[in-house]
Design a protein around this ligand. Structure first.
Ligand code: ZN
Length: 304
């Protein structure tokens, strides 16, 4: 359910031409102004991590279906996952498809699953690539990744889009290495959002795991402080929006993808994600709809 405040903010964004709505809730086109902000945030995050020379990877919105299956996403979030289907018939099936289309009926039932699934989290496509190289070097792996992500959760809240971008740094190595990385980025994430002049809180969080078993997973995630979120009140103080997340996956993804440390143990992983659309929306909320009128310090942080 979208709140009145969320719908009102969405209407303002549309009226200012920052986003263009479609017939599908949560699916937007972005204006040049919106895009400049989002790209400025991505560059700012990359600059903050550049000293450690991460390996850069940029992903398309889709990854292999096998990666989705191995990630465990279908076990935890079947309601959010999306797969890509395509026509796979001959002439008779094509004629049937066109006839169905002409009748205004659902033409998609003949579509077959392709080998591509939508990427639900920007770090997933990186793990099989790193695993394929064999055991990690002693200092592990460090990546700077960005992907379009899909989550099937139609909403009128502009901060809950179905296709959006995550900019992440990802650490793969021993438990000590990845926990030190997450701690470092908890500080950096705070400093980055502070430099943008947006008020925030950081808190322990849990993912929206599916179903009855999911409630236990969520409680466990909180108890072990596996996930922190940086929260900004974009349309509500009571229900602030997670703009960054700091995640420790333990050795779950290491097992799933066969990631090994130098001494052959299963690797641990952590990722820190910055939601480019959400941080853009937070900036527009706190500094107004015209970035030319934003405080100099904020403009310098984004665009130098
Ligand atoms: Zn991630």
């Amino acid at each position: 359910m979208s709140t009145e405040a969320q719908i009102a903010y969405r209407n303002e964004l549309l009226a200012h031409g920052l986003l263009h709505a479609t017939d599908v809730d949560g699916l937007y086109a972005r204006s040049g102004v919106f895009e400049d902000i989002a790209l400025g945030i991505a560059a700012l995050v990359s600059r903050n991590g550049a000293a450690e020379k991460p390996e850069v990877m940029r992903f398309p919105p889709g990854m292999t279906r096998g990666t989705l299956e191995r990630s465990g996403y279908l076990r935890s979030f079947p309601q959010l996952a999306g797969t890509i289907h395509a026509f796979a018939g001959g002439d008779p099936e094509h004629a049937a498809l066109l006839a169905t289309l002409d009748r205004g009926e659902d033409w998609t039932s003949g579509q077959k699953a392709t080998g591509i699934a939508f990427t639900p989290a920007a770090c997933y496509p990186a793990y099989p690539i790193v695993a394929k190289r064999g055991p990690l070097p002693a200092d592990g792996a460090l990546l700077d990744v960005q992907s379009w992500c899909f989550r099937h959760e139609p909403s009128l809240d502009p901060a809950r889009q179905q296709l959006f971008r995550q900019h992440e740094h990802v650490r793969i190595g021993t438990a000590e290495q990845v926990l030190a990385f997450r701690e470092q980025w908890l500080q950096r994430g705070r400093a980055i959002i502070e430099s943008l002049g947006v008020p925030f809180d950081v808190d322990v969080a849990n993912d929206p795991f599916f179903g009855r078993a999911g409630r236990m997973l969520a409680a466990n995630q909180r108890d072990q402080a596996l996930k922190f979120e940086l929260l900004v009140a974009i349309t509500s103080k009571e229900k602030p929006t997670a703009c960054c997340s700091f995640n420790y996956h333990q050795d779950h993804l290491g097992h799933a993808f066969g990631l090994r440390t130098a001494d052959g143990a299963t690797a641990h992983t952590a990722c820190v994600g910055f939601g480019l659309e959400r941080i853009t929306l937070a900036l527009l909320r706190y500094h107004g709809f015209d970035p030319k009128a934003w405080p100099d310090a904020v403009r310098r942080a984004l665009w130098g």
